[in-house]
Each structure stands twice: as C-alpha cells, then as structure tokens.
Ligand binder design. Structure first.
Ligand SMILES: NC(=O)C1=CN([C@@H]2O[C@H](COP(=O)(O)OP(=O)(O)OC[C@H]3O[C@@H](n4cnc5c(N)ncnc54)[C@H](O)[C@@H]3O)[C@@H](O)[C@H]2O)C=CC1
Ligand SMILES: O=C(O)[C@@H]1CCC=N1
Length: 269
C-alpha cells in the first residue's frame, strides 16, 4: 500500500489523516511531521499515526503531503530538498502556492500536485480540486485522486483556476458555518432557546444540502418552492436583497481569491 506522510499536522493535516484512516487506510501506512511536540503526541495517542522527522518521512513515504501554512513553506522546502528521494510525489494543500514554487525549490524533475481540499474531509464529504505541475504524470494525478476520493469528491482543474477554487470550496465551509451561526442568533433574537434554535437550523442546513446534492433541481427552483406568494419567506428574501447579501458574497469570494493570488506572489523569486 502507498505510504503517505503529511508534513504539518494542523487542522487540515489532521482532517486528512483521520479521514483517510476512517476511509479504510491502515494507520501504519500513515505518518506525519509536526513542529509542535505536544500536538504530535496528542495525534499519535488519539489515532495511532506515527510522528516522524522530515528525513524519516522522505525515506519511508511514497507521497509527501504538505499541509503547513503558506507562510511556513520556505524552511520546510529547505529541509526537504537534500533528503528527498527521486520520484517521491509532493502534494501541496497550501493555499495560493503554485506548483512552480515547489519545482523551483526542490530537485529538478520532482513531481508536484496542487490540491485545494476542505475540512469536511473529516466526515468523508470533502471537495478537493487537483492540478498537476509540469512534472506530474497522469498516473500521479490518478494516485492523488484515488487517495482523496476516500475522503470526498475530487475534481481535476487547470492550475490557473486554483485561486478561485480556494475562495469557493476551500474557504466555502466557513461561509456556511457563518450563515448557520447568524441564523441561530436570529433564533435567539426571536426568543427561541439556543439548543432548539441550533437543532432547527442545523437540520434545515442538512436537509437543504441533501436536496441540492440530489442534483435534480437548480437552487433557484428549490428556493422558489419555499417562497409562497405574500408569505413569510419573500419578506425575508426582500431583506436579504435590501442588505446586499448576494453582492456581499460576490465581493467576499473575490477578495478570498485575491488573497490566494497574493499568498503565491509572496514567494516569487
Ligand atoms: N484549514 C482549512 O480549512 C484549509 C487549509 N488549507 C491549507 O492547509 C495548510 C494548513 O492549514 P491549517 O491546517 O488550517 O493550518 P494549521 O496552522 O492548523 O496547521 C499547520 C501545521 O503545520 C505545523 N508546521 C509548520 N511548519 C512545520 C514544519 N516545518 N514541520 C512540521 N510541521 C510544521 C504547525 O505546527 C501546524 O500544526 C495551509 O497551507 C492552508 O492554506 C487548505 C484547505 C483548507
Ligand atoms: O483560510 C485559508 O487560508 C485556508 C485556505 C482555504 C481554507 N482555509
């Protein structure tokens, strides 16, 4: 079985490792590096994954998945370069960082695949977008698709779309959580106890997601079916439009895309 090492086991690294283990991958095929010792110990105790050093990961793993913050990439690549075995596949989950950055910093010919996942991988419902760098073969892409399909859905996209994808689905879960949080607050405003408001809103979100996931109806049709003439929903929709919620979402996602581009530019030579 392919041995996988996650370099930087923070929020997304842990989500991936735990998702892969739940998806049936043996804990003995999964290892990680982590700068913070207490966190490394906690992950080993909770899941049984082995904490290794960067040279240890490079020696033993077939695929190295980079999951440090974009701001922490340079020292990691300096550490990795002299110990990397030829042919080892590098998979980057880092927002904004182009495959060309890894290709410039690592030995010539290193295959690199850029991925933008999202945190629902903890429950096997990730949306991951995958792009190959200039040394990545169709087999490399297939391997990455196979690894990630254990934790959710996978789309292959041109790398030129990765900053937009990051803004849409990479950050996307946060927008839904924000919306749910605000709707629960609205329940409090209307005098509903927090527990009940949470149950009402979370199940509404789960139900709406399941209907969208069926894919047979456009979101507009689904919304129209809830919106009765002179009813309650249209009153709420009027307020959402009045407060520019649609425009706010367009601007928010455009701003996230711009930040992704900027994160990449910070590492230009
Ligand atoms: N959190 C999210 O929803 C998503 C994050 N990403 C990307 O994943 C990457 C990680 O993000 P998070 O997990 O949120 O950040 P995080 O800060 O929770 O995790 C990063 C981890 O890397 C460790 N680390 C840093 N330098 C290291 C090194 N040289 N060796 C070993 N460990 C090192 C840190 O101690 C930390 O635990 C980022 O590049 C981010 O853009 C991508 C998609 C979604
Ligand atoms: O906020 C971030 O930068 C990361 C990338 C996508 C989701 N979280």
């Amino acid at each position: 079985m392919t041995k996988i090492a996650v370099l930087g086991a923070g929020k997304i690294g842990e989500a991936l490792l735990s998702g892969l283990a739940q998806g049936g991958r043996a804990a003995t095929d999964l290892m990680f590096t982590e700068k913070h010792e207490s966190r490394a110990r906690a992950l080993t105790e909770q899941y049984g994954f082995e904490a290794v050093t960067v040279p240890g990961a490079a020696e033993r793993a077939d695929v190295l998945i980079v999951a440090v913050k974009p701001q922490d990439i340079e020292p990691l690549l300096v550490e990795l370069k002299p110990v990397l075995r030829p042919g080892t596949l590098i998979v980057s989950l880092c927002a904004g960082l182009p495959t060309a950055l890894f290709e410039r910093r690592l030995p010539e010919g290193t295959p690199v695949v850029r991925v933008m996942p999202n945190t629902p991988m903890v429950v096997g419902e990730a949306m991951s977008a995958v792009s190959g760098g200039s040394n990545a073969t169709p087999e490399h892409l297939k391997l990455v698709e196979e690894i990630l399909s254990a934790v959710g859905k996978v789309a292959v996209v041109p790398e030129s779309q990765q900053d937009a994808v990051t803004a849409l689905s990479g950050s996307g879960p946060a927008y839904f959580f924000f919306l749910v949080e605000a709707m629960i607050d609205a329940g409090i405003l209307l005098g509903i106890p927090r527990d009940l408001a949470s149950r009402l809103i979370i199940q509404s979100a789960v139900g709406a997601a399941a209907m969208l996931n069926e894919g047979s109806n456009h979101p507009v049709i689904l919304r129209e079916a809830v919106t009765s003439p002179a009813g309650t929903t249209i009153m709420a929709i009027r307020e959402l439009e009045k407060h520019g919620v649609r425009a706010a979402l367009l601007a928010a996602i455009e701003s996230a895309r711009d930040r992704s581009v900027e994160l990449g530019r910070q590492h230009e030579d």
